[in-house]
Design a protein. Structure first.
Lengths: 111, 112
């Protein structure tokens, strides 16, 4: 158990819709990062939040956005879903931006 | 693009044998981390090795880091069927504060 919880576990959405994925981190973990993992690939960095401010972004379009809240929870929002957004989305939290603790992920399918 | 390249992409061994996976990367790093993933679920952190370290052990795991060659290896000794999983190396790039760049992974199959 990593102490990082993601919801929902699975989700099916239609192309063009919007989706919000949630993550609950361990108390004291000020840094949260989101990753997208396509089937058969390694995770790709989407963005990182540190103390509720975005602190680095990967090569993802602006329709991917996030929020981090004072209670160590965070959200990943994706607008105008595309078929290629189908993937496992992983949330990772860290107390000190070194070792990252991952949740079990949300499997998003866009049809 | 992926920073880390892992080799081999797939590895099949018998229980009790050792498994070695290799990772190469391109830029300066703060640290390198190895993760395990079972059946496309969450990643489990195995070991972190800092850029000024050369070798680290944790139970049946041994990790080496050669910063001059920009490469790392993960050795699992006396493997078990339960070690069957995908293994990823991830580099924490220097001066980018915790952003992890993952390789494509090595799929390990340990046969009983």
């Amino acid at each position: 158990e990593t102490g990082v919880t993601q919801s929902p576990t699975h989700l099916i959405k239609t192309r063009g819709q919007q989706v919000t994925l949630r993550c609950s981190s361990q108390s004291g973990h000020n840094t949260v990062s989101w990753y997208q993992q396509a089937l058969g690939q390694g995770p790709q960095f989407i963005f990182q939040y540190y103390r509720e401010e975005e602190n680095g972004r990967g090569n993802f379009p602006p329709r991917f956005s996030g929020l981090q809240f004072p209670n160590y929870s965070s959200e990943l929002n994706v607008n105008a879903l595309e078929l290629d957004d189908s993937a496992l989305y992983l949330c990772a939290s860290s107390p000190d931006r070194t070792e990252a603790f991952f949740g079990q992920g949300t499997r998003l399918t866009v049809v | 693009s992926q920073q880390g390249e892992e080799d081999p992409q797939a590895l099949s061994i018998q229980e009790g044998e050792n498994a070695t996976m290799n990772c190469s990367y391109k830029t300066s790093i703060n640290n390198l981390q190895w993760y395990r993933q079972n059946s496309g679920r969450g990643l489990v952190h195995l070991i972190l090795i800092r850029s000024n370290e050369r070798e680290k052990h944790s139970g049946r795991l041994r990790v080496t880091l050669d910063t001059s060659k920009k490469s790392s290896s993960l050795l699992i000794t006396a493997s078990r069927a339960a070690d069957t999983a995908s293994y990823f190396c991830a580099t924490d790039i220097y001066n980018q504060g915790g952003k992890l760049i993952f390789g494509q992974g090595t799929e390990l199959s340990v046969k009983p």
